[in-house]
Ligand binder design. Structure first.
Ligand code: BGC
Length: 281
């Protein structure tokens, strides 16, 4: 697992710094690498606060500011909202959760619904690249088999990504994984029991933790649980016709290698799968 490696430069904390916040004209307060960690004093640090208006009143979002009588149960999972971070107990500063990695140059929730961790799930669906005789394709230089993954193009930032999504209140992560894959990559088309069965057979756990997401703030951030669902023979999900839906504008089987540019830190997560399956990178 990558959890132990979470720090800037190794595990990225880059896309949530030094930029204009998405879907707004709010510029983040500059945070150079040396001032990321809260333990380092950053004289004069005064990030603007921003919470997008449209998240108010949404069923998936918290109240604007936790008040005396409405105190979310920080660092707890009440089986409806999971406020537990994969990185241990987070600090509450001035009544609000503090990003466990460090400064982002923005306070408030931005586009995120929850104060503190916002949980997502990412199904990494893979197969081996094959030629038209269904034989494996071996990479000329590395001599290894080439992994292919189902990637979607996100409609919000146009980047290619794992077809993941937010864990709904009270939802089990295993349900989110199948639901998001079906919605985003298959567009609800009826694929019978095969997809159901493929996911039921279980995936291999790859990563649980912080995501370097462009929406993160000092008080709200993304965390994900990523599992690999691999179709070794290419006879199950590996054969399906993909069809973009929901938050995806495109979907495709993509060759996996070191040049693949993906949303947030999805490429780092994918690299774990490559190592596990001894595939070309
Ligand atoms: C996406 C996940 C991603 C998470 C963090 C969610 O919106 O659906 O794939 O891991 O954001 O970036």
């Amino acid at each position: 697992m990558l959890v132990g490696l979470v720090r800037p430069g190794v595990f990225r904390h880059i896309t949530c710094r030094n930029s204009v916040y998405p879907r707004s004209n709010v510029t983040r307060y500059p945070v150079p690498d040396k001032f990321v960690f809260w333990t380092v004093n950053y004289e004069g640090y005064s990030p603007p606060c921003y919470t997008a208006g449209h998240i108010g009143g949404q069923s998936w979002a918290d109240e604007p500011l936790p008040s005396e009588k409405n105190q979310p149960h920080w660092n707890h999972n009440d089986d409806i909202v999971n406020r537990v971070s994969f990185h241990g107990e987070y600090q509450i500063k001035d009544g609000l959760p503090q990003n466990p990695i460090g400064r982002t140059g923005l306070c408030g929730r931005g586009l995120l619904g929850r104060w503190g961790p916002n949980h997502a799930a990412d199904p990494i669906v893979t197969r081996w690249k094959r030629d038209d005789k269904a034989e494996f394709v071996w990479h000329k230089t590395s001599g290894k088999k080439i992994l292919q993954m189902v990637a979607i193009q996100r409609s919000d930032n146009k980047l290619w990504a794992i077809p993941g999504g937010m864990v709904d209140p009270g939802e089990n992560v295993s349900v989110t994984l199948k639901r998001e894959f079906t919605e985003e990559a298959l567009n609800f088309a009826d694929k019978g029991n095969m997809v159901e069965q493929f996911f039921k057979e279980g995936g291999v756990h790859v990563y649980s933790g912080y995501v370097d997401d462009f929406r993160n703030t000092d008080n709200a951030w993304m965390e994900t649980t990523a599992l690999n669902f691999h179709d070794e023979e290419g006879t199950k999900v590996g054969q399906l016709q993909l069809n973009a839906g929901d938050d995806a504008t495109n979907v495709r089987w993509t060759d996996v290698d070191a040049n693949l540019k993906l949303h947030a830190n999805h490429a780092d997560i994918l690299q774990e799968v490559v190592a596990m399956r001894n595939a070309h990178w």
